[in-house]
Each structure stands twice: as structure tokens, then as C-alpha cells.
Design a binder for this molecule. Structure first.
Ligand SMILES: [Ca+2]
Length: 178
């Protein structure tokens, strides 16, 4: 009986531990998918290119078939994902429009940090946007943050994001990107 009790307790402990492990994001999990997203504004068109489009898991970059998230032309336009917890961020992948307008993201900054505004450190500045490069990867190399933001910092422009993916820092993956 005593042995049985010990086995049952161990089984419970093991079960709980497995559940906890299953609830932890793995390094290869896209933290941004279905996360909270917001933008400075939403371009007024039907179907709506609202902020959820940029985290809906659809990476197609033809906006006319699968709408992306698109702001109006305005000062400090931005698209921001709230991961709800602060993570050590590695790769940020942005899927840019290729049906037109791929240059809209040119010069925009990617910020990573724990503040919802524009004071977070810069991970990268988006450069060399082109139709032939709809998927752009950036190495944030272990920056800590809850918010990942694309912003035309101190300038005017339009932000269009078909999808943003955010991955935790993984030393092995970062080496491959270097
Ligand atoms: Ca999408």
C-alpha cells in the first residue's frame, strides 16, 4: 500500500511537471501569432487591414488576396505586438507586401522593450525593401522585451505588415543567422 501511494504521488508530480513544460513556449514557437496587436490607425478600406492581420498566422504577402495590416499615411505610424510577458527576443521576421508598396517599410525601426511607447531600444532599421525580398529577418540578439514595434520614428509614412513573427533568443539559431 505504501509503495502504491508513493507511486501515485510520483505519478502526480511527474504529470504536473509535464504540463508545466508543455505550457512553456519553445525556442521555435512564434510568440507573436494571435498575440495582441495594435496600430497607430487602420487604413479605411474593406476588408479591413486591421492590426490582427499582422499576427493571424497567414504569411501570404499579396495584400489583395490576404489583407495585411496597413496604417494611414501619418507621422510616427506604427504596428506593435504585445507579447504579454517579457521575453529574451532573438529573431524577428517581417513579411512585407509584394503586390505593391514594398518600400513603405523602408527606414522604419524595429523596437524591442518593456514599454508600450517608442522609448525602447532599436533592434534594427529596415533597409533594402524589395519585391523579391518579402520575408525579412532581423537578429535582435537577446534583447529583452514585451513589446515589439515597427515605427516610422520621427518621420511620416505608412506601415504595412502582412505578418510579424517573434522568436525567443536561441544561441544556435543566432549563430546560423550571423
Ligand atoms: Ca497575416
Amino acid at each position: 500500500m505504501k509503495t502504491l501511494l508513493i507511486l501515485l504521488v510520483c505519478g502526480l508530480i511527474t504529470h504536473t511537471t509535464e504540463d508545466e513544460i508543455c505550457n512553456q513556449p519553445t525556442y521555435s514557437q512564434n510568440l507573436a501569432q494571435f498575440a495582441k496587436a495594435c496600430m497607430s490607425s487602420t487604413y479605411d478600406v474593406v476588408p479591413s487591414p486591421g492590426p490582427d492581420r499582422g499576427v493571424d498566422g497567414i504569411t501570404d504577402t499579396n495584400h489583395t488576396l490576404f489583407p495585411c495590416s496597413v496604417t494611414n499615411l501619418e507621422y510616427q505610424s506604427y504596428f506593435q505586438v504585445d507579447l504579454e510577458l517579457s521575453y529574451v527576443v532573438g529573431r524577428v521576421v517581417i513579411f512585407n507586401r509584394r503586390d505593391c508598396c514594398w518600400n513603405w517599410l523602408e527606414g522604419a525601426k524595429i523596437l524591442v522593450g518593456d514599454e508600450p511607447g517608442f522609448n525602447n531600444p532599436v533592434c534594427a532599421t529596415i533597409r533594402n525593401c524589395s519585391k523579391s525580398r518579402p520575408m525579412m529577418e532581423f537578429n535582435c540578439n537577446g534583447m529583452q522585451g514585451r513589446y515589439v514595434t515597427i515605427v516610422h520614428f520621427n518621420s511620416s509614412g505608412i506601415i504595412a505588415v502582412c505578418e510579424m513573427q517573434v522568436y525567443q533568443h536561441n544561441v544556435m539559431e543566432q549563430r546560423q543567422l550571423l
